[in-house]
Design a binder for this molecule. Structure first.
Ligand SMILES: Cc1ncc(COP(=O)(O)O)c(C=O)c1O
Length: 402
């Protein structure tokens, strides 16, 4: 007899739908396709040799602890190493403000678990990080969005939104932002806007979530203070950082930072999720950071990705038909392109796949409507030659469609 699984699922699980976007992304797995679709670090840049040496050392010196359960908060030496490293890079913090998570994606999940009842209101950017939407949707949030411009979150629209929601009697639990080299657009919110956002968060008594995987990947221009540092320890900002883009996503090592009192709640929420993050990779990461390898490696990939970004921008200048527009980020991993009126990036996608080049359709990054003419292009993963070749192919796809 066939089992009707559907009737067993929770309301929450019934609401979870396989994303059409993930299905599209499967098509990009074909090795012949030049993929600008994933948000992946360059595999050639992984510091495999150092990682292998450190792993051997960890097994020789700390096997009993590294193979054991760890504390939910995270390995003390790793929390200390992060606090020291972050503080040295203008992100002042102490170990007791840090929770180690299994990737920032777990941070997003915990955030939802800790703050969201079904129907609770949050505000995100239009567009915003797809994986965050996945988590907020899974927890049945009422997701409101605010448009971006070339300087990120439009604060006038944010204020209107906050005011309108207040009038409707809806409390906003948090504003979720990727303020630096945003996924997907690559844009960065300048300091004055960050201060306005914080002031509004205070006025309307809401929290701010600063998801920051890319902030250290600045190739040019001046740094902008993080929202977390602008908050000066008040506790209104929750910051998420990760080793995924700086070192390797396979480690699944990330940080969630907030007021120590709030961190205690997150620890309880994490306990029932996975007891603790991977102890072995926490040991390896702690040594990697403590010995200065992280700072060295970040310099190396900044150089590497900065060149790749320039190669992509040059290829866009050379091969994109007129009418196509794109962002020129000073760091991160993504360029956001807009095709001329009349075209649609979902329709273009199958033609791009035929020509063996892939991107992510803009629509994926919007809560509801939007992004029809937009696409996200990643420049960190492909080889230099493939970047140029791939953009040339994409240019042809767009030109033919025009
Ligand atoms: C904005 C943003 N947040 C979170 C994540 C998830 O990162 P992690 O590998 O640390 O789970 C990503 C990965 O692409 C991201 O772009």
């Amino acid at each position: 007899m066939e089992i009707g699984f559907e009737s067993f699922y929770s309301k929450r699980a019934r609401g979870m739908k396989a994303s059409e976007i993930r299905e599209l992304l499967k098509l990009t797995q074909n090795k012949e396709i030049i993929s600008f679709a994933g948000g992946l670090p360059n595999p050639g840049a992984f510091p495999a040799k150092v990682a292998a040496e450190l792993t051997k050392e960890v097994f020789e010196n700390h096997a009993e602890d590294a193979l054991q359960y760890g504390t939910t908060e995270g390995l003390p030496t790793l929390r200390e190493a992060f606090a020291e490293n972050y503080s040295a890079h203008k992100l002042e913090c102490s170990p007791d403000q840090i929770l180690i998570t299994s990737g920032s994606q777990q941070g997003l999940d915990l955030l939802s678990k800790v703050f969201l009842n079904p129907g609770d209101t949050i505000i995100v950017g239009a567009p915003t990080y797809l994986g965050a939407l996945g988590s907020f949707r899974a927890f049945q949030a009422n997701i409101e969005s605010v448009p971006l411009d070339e300087k990120g979150f439009r604060v006038d629209a944010l204020e209107e939104k906050l005011e309108a929601l207040k009038h409707e009697g809806k409390r906003v639990k948090f504003i979720y932002l990727v303020p630096t080299f945003q996924n997907p657009t690559g844009v960065t919110i300048p300091e004055d806007r960050r201060k306005r956002i914080l002031a509004m968060a205070e006025e309307y008594d809401t929290l701010v979530v600063e998801d920051d995987p890319y902030g250290r990947l600045r190739f040019e221009g001046d740094g902008v203070p993080s929202l977390f540092s602008l908050d000066r320890g008040v506790g209104r900002v929750i910051h998420m950082g990760t080793l995924s883009k700086l070192l390797a996503p396979g480690l699944r090592v990330a940080t969630l930072m907030g007021h120590p009192d709030m961190i205690k709640k997150f620890v309880i929420a994490k306990q029932s999720t996975d007891l603790c993050s991977n102890t072995l990779t926490q040991f390896i990461s702690a040594e990697y950071i403590r010995r200065g390898h992280l700072d060295e490696h970040v310099k190396f990939i900044r150089d590497l990705y900065g060149k790749k970004k320039n190669i992509m921008l040059q290829a866009m200048d050379d091969f994109m038909p007129s009418g196509v527009e794109w962002t020129r980020p000073e760091g991160g991993m993504f360029i956001w392109a807009t095709v001329p009126e009349g075209l649609n990036t979902v329709d273009l996608f199958s033609k791009a796949i035929e020509r063996k080049v892939a991107y992510v359709v803009g629509r994926a990054f919007y809560v509801s409507d939007g992004g029809e003419r937009e696409m996200r292009l990643n420049f960190s993963y492909a080889s230099d030659e493939s970047i140029r070749e791939g953009i040339e192919r994409l240019g042809k796809v767009i030109e033919e469609a025009l």
